[in-house]
Design a protein around this ligand. Structure first.
Ligand SMILES: [Fe+2]
Length: 382
């Protein structure tokens, strides 16, 4: 397999083709669900950059207009491959001012033995030495399309202070010297060489996850973001493979944002939270009382937002508008709904979590923010 060194911007926006490149832009508004800023200056800026150059962006183009005040930004996406769309999405990472990237699993879709070549494809876009953080997807967790351990050798942990097992189950606080967020990366529903990993109630991994989240709170770290390859809630093809118990644990423990891949589309839930009439967000039926806030300006502490960003480059799939879980979602994009590849950009500051889906190919955008609760007068329990 040949791995292109530079991404083909302006690639064909076809769900069935990630390889052929034309300038056709397919914008289907049918079924597009989006309550964010559909034509934000953010998206327009990036699209213009993409359209204006054929190679990697020049250094003077890399300044991003909306840097968070006194904060940092990172990007995330999964389900990548080596398509022109993958090249464009990877090339977008430095353009967005990311200090690191979280690859949400399903990396190369290539053959075993090709891991180093794919790593070079990645570093050719994001730069050698750039922190390109991995969590395993089902395509490489047990060696099907290359092995996660081999990917982890050529795209190693580069954020200081990691706790746990890189690419499988770990957490790291960013930035290390004055943390704004704890990133908790877990693998529910993923099969490694030692079998499927369970995060059911009572499991060791469930307890580890709860300790990681609650430990961030007691340390005074403002934000907790959980990454896991497979989502529980989805309007795509899959069921709740991670198991409903871990999804409920993330809500109960107070994760602010959960990011996933696996479904080859973008989808974002309302802020979901437990309460007297919502004991579980378990899928297959909508419990309206679990929906705390279906807007774009949210407040921390009320619940958890689940976003799936399986838009890293592989062929997109359809959104199922009539899915039983559709009522939990406030934004989506897929092969049949404004198809777009790109990254989630997460801006972190003490006062807010600012999240954008930014297209690298396509025109769909999504934007939401979570305002921090004011803890300035509260003692920090260390
Ligand atoms: Fe995938």
């Amino acid at each position: 397999m040949q791995y292109p060194v530079s991404g083909g911007r302006g690639g064909r926006l076809s769900a069935s083709s990630g390889a052929t490149a034309t300038a056709v832009v397919q914008l289907s508004m049918v079924g597009v669900r989006h309550r964010g800023s559909a034509a934000s200056g953010l998206g327009v800026t990036v699209i213009l950059l993409i359209g204006a150059c054929a190679g990697p962006p020049a250094p003077d183009q890399r300044a991003f207009e909306e840097q968070p005040a006194a904060g940092i930004a990172f990007t995330a996406s999964g389900d990548i491959g080596s398509t022109p769309e993958a090249g464009a999405t990877l090339a977008q990472v430095p353009v967005l001012g990311a200090e690191f990237h979280i690859a949400l699993g399903d990396l190369s879709y290539g053959d075993p033995g090709e891991e180093p070549a794919w790593c070079e494809f990645v570093t050719g876009q994001v730069g050698a030495g750039f922190p390109f953080q991995l969590i395993a997807g089902n395509h490489e967790s047990d060696g099907l399309d290359g092995h996660i351990d081999t990917f982890a050798e050529c795209l190693p942990e580069r954020l200081p202070g990691m706790v746990g097992e890189y690419a499988r189950q770990y957490y790291v606080d960013v930035p290390a010297d004055a943390p704004l967020a704890r990133l908790v990366m877990i693998s529910p529903g993923i099969t490694f060489d030692d079998g499927p990993w369970s995060y059911a109630d009572g499991s060791e991994r469930s307890a580890w996850t709860r300790r990681a989240i609650e430990g961030a709170r007691t340390s005074g770290i403002p934000w907790v973001i959980v990454g896991m390859h497979k989502p529980c809630l989805s309007v795509g093809n899959y069921e709740c493979d991670p198991g409903p118990e871990i999804a409920d644990l993330l809500v109960a423990a107070g994760a602010d944002l959960v990011i996933s891949g696996h479904e080859h589309l973008y989808q974002r839930t309302a802020q979901l939270g437990h309460g007297p009439r919502c004991e579980s967000i378990a899928p297959d039926e909508i419990t309206v009382d679990c929906i705390v806030d279906d807007g774009d300006r949210l407040e921390q502490g009320a619940g958890t937002v689940f976003a799936t960003v399986g838009t890293g480059g592989t062929a997109l799939r359809d959104v199922h508008f009539d899915d039983r879980e559709a009522g939990y979602f406030v934004a989506w994009s897929g092969a049949n709904a404004e198809p777009s590849w790109g990254n989630l950009r997460v801006g972190l500051s003490r006062s807010s979590l600012d999240v954008d889906f930014v297209p690298a190919v396509g025109a769909f955008t999504d934007e939401f923010g979570i305002a921090a609760v004011d803890t300035s007068s509260e003692p920090v329990d260390r």
